[in-house]
Write a protein that binds this ligand. Structure first.
Ligand SMILES: *[C@@H]1O[C@H](CO)[C@@H](O)[C@H](O)[C@H]1NC(C)=O
Ligand SMILES: *[C@@H]1O[C@H](CO)[C@@H](O)[C@H](O)[C@H]1NC(C)=O
Ligand SMILES: *[C@@H]1O[C@H](CO)[C@@H](O)[C@H](O)[C@H]1NC(C)=O
Length: 308
């Protein structure tokens, strides 16, 4: 049942390719990529001097092309000069990301995560990108991969935005395409220190900066049950060493019925009342969180070095 259950409906607008300054292009040979994840990139014509990079992993049964069309990040890239990267899953059975293997859940360990990180590194090099402004956002399997990337590669990403995902390591299992029913159905419960230990074990020597993260989840999600939202909160508050009790709560943001809770400067969570797994992406919110409209010019943009 799990393969069909996780289909993420594409009900939104498609980007009008004619209006873009450039087009989605495939890149081969971009560095270590043991799983053969495919790379697609959108480089706006009017590229910023030191462009930020936004990685957008697709959902299960989705493709790089669909993630490119579904989100407006290419046109926003035209406007603000950042690059967007759309990886494509090598898992042809269901196009879900490898968020289960020991390799992917380990810093420089391999798996889909390393292939995706290689894409970001390649683009940083090729386009003289800003290594302190690399971001990742995705929905469903893309949100799981967002959790994985910020957990396994805290030295690469500046921030993540995960829409209807699960905690880092929740799908951990023996193989690259493992589906975890206990996790998806919200039966995998751990305490904060247990969850945090899984993140820390991904990169045991790491002590420095960790990417800030926002997670968003609908209360009526029956594909990845809302318990996963609670587990993500336990995990990341514990990783950041802050209380599970929010420091700020704001109602009806960015939409009516959504509640934002903040837990110190590095983690925030949006609970979307009555929203199903088909959570409507809010690109403006993501842009604001990543500070991707900031083009410098005298102001300090959010980055790994600016502080949150
Ligand atoms: C990736 O591609 C290479 C070259 O085509 C091939 O040798 C290798 O087996 C592939 N790896 C996987 C995991 O499919
Ligand atoms: C979390 O669980 C572990 C055992 O798995 C236990 O040792 C620890 O005390 C628990 N921590 C809290 C804060 O409950
Ligand atoms: C930079 O900032 C100045 C002063 O705020 C403004 O006049 C100018 O248009 C800006 N340039 C760019 C490229 O945004």
């Amino acid at each position: 049942m799990h393969l069909t259950a996780v289909t993420f409906a594409i009900c939104a607008f498609a980007t009008n390719a004619q209006q873009l300054s450039s087009k989605l292009t495939q890149v081969k040979d971009f560095g270590p990529n043991p799983r053969n994840v495919s790379m697609y990139i959108y480089v706006p014509k009017n590229l910023a001097a030191k462009p930020p990079i936004l990685v957008v992993p697709h959902w299960c049964h989705g493709t790089a092309q669909q993630a490119f069309e579904y989100r407006p990040y290419a046109s926003l890239g035209d406007q603000y000069g950042f690059i967007s990267i759309y990886p494509d899953s090598p898992n042809k059975a269901d196009q879900c990301w490898d968020v289960s293997s020991k390799e992917t859940l380990t810093h420089e360990g391999g798996g889909d995560a390393l292939g995706i990180v290689s894409m970001a590194r390649w683009a940083l090099q090729k386009y003289s990108g800003d290594k302190d402004r690399v971001f990742v956002t995705g929905t469903s399997s893309g949100a799981m991969m967002t959790n994985v990337l910020v957990g396994s590669y805290p030295d690469v990403f500046a921030a993540g935005s995960a829409w209807a995902g699960v905690p880092f390591g929740c799908f951990a299992g023996n193989g690259f395409g493992v589906w975890s029913d206990p996790c998806a159905s919200g039966k995998l419960i751990r305490n904060g220190s247990e969850w945090a230990a899984i993140v820390k074990n991904a990169y045991p020597g790491h002590t420095g900066f960790r990417p800030k993260l926002q997670v968003l989840h609908g209360t009526a999600d029956t594909v990845l049950y809302p318990q996963n939202f609670k587990e993500e909160i336990k995990q990341w508050t514990s990783v950041f060493g802050v209380s599970e009790t929010p420091t700020h709560t704001t109602m009806d943001v960015p939409l009516k019925g959504w509640t934002r809770t903040k837990y110190g400067p590095n983690f925030e969570a949006y609970e979307a009342q009555g929203v199903t797994h088909d959570i409507p992406n809010q690109a403006d919110l993501v842009m604001e969180y990543f500070d991707l409209k900031c083009t410098g010019n005298g102001t300090v943009c959010y980055s790994r070095t600016s502080g949150p």
